[in-house]
Design a protein around this ligand. Structure first.
Ligand code: URA
Length: 258
């Protein structure tokens, strides 16, 4: 039985693919969208797990909580149970003016604005997504009919200063991050989120495979906070694209034995 996620090898029934939302509240819905046979497995702290299916294949859905440190624990323990493929699903704030809402962003590489990834590899080591998973996510997004973008994500440990939000409690963003949003825009970064840099670095360092697809809920060139009405749509778009991606990965491409 793993320390934090409270899962064992028997419980995950040979699953090789884990889908990782940040929010424990999204696990059940995601699992049930993929299959009516989804079953609850465990819940401890930020880690809630359900086992579901894509065709005959077992798929584990396990929440990671927000940010790199809690995600790193989930990835460590899931890898120890035999998970080889990690697909992060989440929400994101776009920073390029052309990005529509709702839409999906598939991260090809992440700017390492986290701390946890530095415990696994020096900062020169790239945080890049696995090509096969990324191609499956692209195929899934295309099949879903939702607008999507691919590119670089700035992946920050903090929601407020690291994403240059001046509604931080002190209203002060340290010098390192003042002007950083504009800098990332000019360097063609698409969006901010909080887990992909840690996930990609750990997965690559461990010889495992990871990808990330996120639903755009806000465009920082227009607003600082999402409109509540968009959240449900964003979640549905993500579940739809995920279902198609898994189908492509497991049944059409035929390259993954999971
Ligand atoms: N998640 C983030 O990390 N930033 C946003 O702006 C929205 C979601």
């Amino acid at each position: 039985m793993k320390y934090h996620i409270k899962l064992s090898r028997e419980m995950i029934q040979g699953a090789k693919i884990a889908v990782l939302p940040g929010d424990p509240g999204r696990v059940e819905k995601t699992a049930k969208t993929l299959s009516a046979d989804a079953v609850f497995l465990a819940s401890n702290r930020e880690y809630t797990s359900w086992l579901t299916k894509s065709g005959p294949h077992s798929i584990l859905i396990c929440s990671t909580g927000i940010g790199g440190p809690s995600l790193s624990i989930a990835v460590e323990e899931l890898a120890g149970l035999g998970i080889e493929y990690f697909i992060r699903i989440g929400t994101t704030g776009a920073i390029q003016p052309n990005i529509e809402i709702p839409s999906l962003i598939i991260t090809t590489g992440a700017v390492r604005l986290d701390g946890a990834s530095k415990h696994y590899a020096p900062i020169e080591y790239p945080a890049v997504a696995d090509l096969d998973i990324t191609n499956s996510l692209i195929a899934g997004a295309k099949a879903s009919g939702v607008a999507y973008y691919t590119g670089i994500t700035a992946s920050s440990d903090t929601f407020y200063p690291g994403q240059e939000r001046y509604d931080t409690f002190s209203k002060y963003v340290i010098k390192d991050f003042q002007g950083s949003l504009e800098q990332w825009q000019k360097l063609n970064v698409l969006n901010f989120e909080m887990e992909s840099a840690t996930l990609f670095t750990i997965a690559s360092a461990f010889g495992l495979k990871a990808g990330c697809i996120a639903s755009v809920i806000v465009n920082r060139t227009r607003n600082e906070t999402p409109d509540d009405s968009i959240l449900k749509q964003a979640e549905e778009n993500l579940a739809l694209a995920l279902g198609h991606s898994l189908e492509y990965m497991l049944h059409k491409r035929g390259g993954i034995k999971a």
